[in-house]
Write a protein that binds this ligand. Structure first.
Ligand code: ATP
Length: 586
């Protein structure tokens, strides 16, 4: 299949943010893609080679990419370098440089999707001393034969400008329309995706064997499952309305969510965003086997840092010391943890997703042998508002941030945020009731003490429907000098010359970023705003929603991608529940 078909589709898509148009471009592309090539097309559209959890990284240093472009085009490195500094987008620069070249030479051959994908795969597998040289040669041979548009896309993919900004949802819609003629079958595709987290695999199955083949998608050990998420509630009363007469109340610990996959001696750990995090926790790999009665299981737990002397739970930030490449053994000693199991997703190789919560909890209790390292999350059954209050009080006194309320007869709804699970935190009585996880999209330069650094950041929520990032507030408080330095460092890699087309804001930031870094924010309330674009026109014509008195909590949500940020539906729900509270108090 010609690679130009993919490159052209993406360049049309760059000119629109309308979900319907984006989807239609993809439908047109999928319809002419042979079924055996579809997984490669899907991964390339996502700027990847394999699903994230497999950890296959293209990994090319910018210097090598520039050298390869110079070699293919005959244009000096210095010139390319300076064009790059000016434009900021390596894809654009490569396209421009290759345009100059095509005026003087003929293309030697058409490049195919298969060739681009296989070459990038070979590059990803290259290791060792001579690998840089080999990578450069492979890239340069691709660029030699690429048209300017194709070269631009290859350049974008390799320089980890990887995110081309196409949401999973848009791809799922397009697959459903292409292979079944209607968007109505998207839930079937989504279910399959939720259990395997591999869009390429889902696409290949529907393309080769039709929609009915997706029913065969089963939970498989070492394919992470997309996590079930909880809705927020602000009071025991609200929980009761959603949950019915009796439900479970578990401790809500503040740590890192982990999905543990075990088959005999092999153990792999996946984070909330399904990255492989096994290397950070060698103590789990070493110790957990003796606490699990079955040789093949998938479990969910919260990893929490503890004070070894007192057994006290420590704040989430302590776990950040574990996220390092070197001196892991020392970090294991210095920052001890416990693993607190709260769900079982498969046991003896059989899926447990369709079992009701009460049965899964029983399985957890019969399959885990507790010790000082492995624990089962404490749970009580609650019926009345005062029992919920008591359990919240008890959890907070034990060092938790709140409670998780779970419906007894609910299956595990992979990938869904639904009212079968509710989170009730200690902050529920004051102000907004919860923090928000927002994406940093821009910054404004500071004055006084903050001259030369950022004085305020522009933040966005995530709109799942349109796959965009509408702004919700500007935040300048809550930063320590140290925290500000850390954020400045992280953001320096994410600067873009132009505003990303998915960012929507009535404010002009001094600096724009790739919408990737997520931070936690508290605020006093949500108000209507003509400047910020969250839920624009939904509540009142000409108004969006904005946060009043936003404040950074000090927590960077490293484990969240920007698509995991607070959504506009969540903001709207918070806005309405805040209005309800105000009315009730009057
Ligand atoms: P999200 O709801 O999107 O995961 P978040 O991480 O900001 O966002 P929180 O408000 O912190 O969400 O609540 C959900 C998280 O709480 C889970 O992802 C999990 O890491 C953690 N957690 C702690 N205890 C439990 C428990 N008993 N059951 C389920 N999750 C728990």
């Amino acid at each position: 299949m010609k690679f130009s078909l993919v490159a052209d589709t993406l360049s049309y898509m760059e000119n629109t943010t309308k979900r319907l148009e984006l989807t239609q471009h993809l439908v047109d592309l999928f319809k002419i893609t042979p079924p055996n090539v579809i997984p490669k097309v899907i991964y390339l559209l996502q700027g990847k080679l394999r699903p994230d959890h497999e950890g296959v990284e293209i990994g090319i240093a910018e210097k090598i990419a520039i050298k390869a472009l110079a070699k293919s085009s005959g244009i000096p490195i210095k010139k390319i370098d300076s064009e790059y500094k000016e434009a900021g987008d390596f894809g654009q620069v490569a396209s421009k440089i290759l345009k100059q070249k095509t005026q003087t030479t003929f293309l030697s051959q058409n490049i195919t999707v298969e060739r681009v994908y296989d070459t990038l795969y070979k590059i990803a597998e290259l290791k060792g001393a001579r690998s840089q040289d080999m990578k450069m040669k492979y890239i340069s041979s691709l660029l030699n034969d690429a048209t300017p548009i194709e070269g631009g896309l290859i350049a974008k993919i390799i320089t980890s400008n990887l995110r081309l900004g196409i949401a999973d949802y848009t791809i799922l819609d397009a697959l459903s329309i292409s292979y079944t003629g209607t968007k109505d079958n998207r839930p079937l595709l989504e279910n399959a995706y939720n259990v395997c987290s591999d869009l390429g695999k889902v696409a290949q199955s529907v393309a080769e064997n039709g929609i009915s083949s997706l029913k065969d998608f089963q939970v498989t050990t070492f394919s992470p499952i997309r996590p079930m998420l909880a809705e927020r509630v602000k009071s025991p009363q609200e929980a009761h309305e959603k949950m019915g007469p009796e439900f479970a109340s578990e401790y809500k610990l503040d740590g890192e969510r982990v999905q543990i996959h075990r088959q005999n001696d092999k153990i792999i750990l996946y984070s909330r965003s399904l990255e492989n995090i096994t290397s950070y926790y060698p103590d789990i790999v070493e110790n957990i086997g003796k606490s699990l009665k079955s040789n093949e299981m998938i479990l969910e737990a919260e990893i929490v840092a503890i004070n070894d002397d007192t057994g006290e739970f420590l704040p989430f930030q302590e776990l950040m010391h574990r996220r390092r490449k070197y001196k892991i053994a020392k970090a294991v000693q210095e920052y001890p943890i416990t693993v607190n199991f709260f769900d079982v997703l498969s046991s003896d190789g059989k899926s447990c997703l369709d079992l009701p919560y009460s049965k899964r909890r029983k399985l957890l209790e019969t399959n885990i042998v507790e010790d000082s390292f492995a624990k089962i999350m404490p749970m009580t059954l609650v019926r009345t508002d005062s029992e919920v209050e008591d359990s919240l009080e008890n959890a907070i006194n034990s060092g938790c941030e709140g409670i998780m309320l779970k419906q007894l007869d609910s299956p595990y709804r992979a990938g869904a945020r639904a009212s079968n699970w509710l989170k009730l935190k200690r902050e529920y009585r004051n102000e907004l009731g919860d923090s928000l996880d927002l994406v940093i999209v821009g910054a404004f330069y500071g004055r006084g003490r903050r001259t030369g650094r950022y004085g305020a950041l522009l933040l966005s929520a995530y709109d799942e429907q349109t796959d965009t990032f509408p702004s919700i507030c500007k935040v300048g408080t809550g930063f320590t000098d140290e925290g500000l330095d850390q954020i400045y460092q992280i953001l320096s890699d994410k600067i873009t010359i132009k505003k990303d087309r998915r960012i929507e804001s009535g404010l002009e930031a001094d600096v724009w970023f790739e919408p990737e870094v997520v931070i936690e924010i508290v605020a006093s309330e949500i108000t209507l705003s003509p400047i910020h674009k969250v839920a624009m026109d939904k509540i009142r014509k000409g108004s969006g929603l904005a946060l009043r008195f936003p404040k950074f909590t000090g927590r960077i949500r490293f484990e969240k991608t920007s698509e995991n940020a607070t959504t506009i539906d969540e903001v709207t729900t918070l806005y309405s529940s805040q209005k309800r509270v105000v009315q009730e108090e009057k």
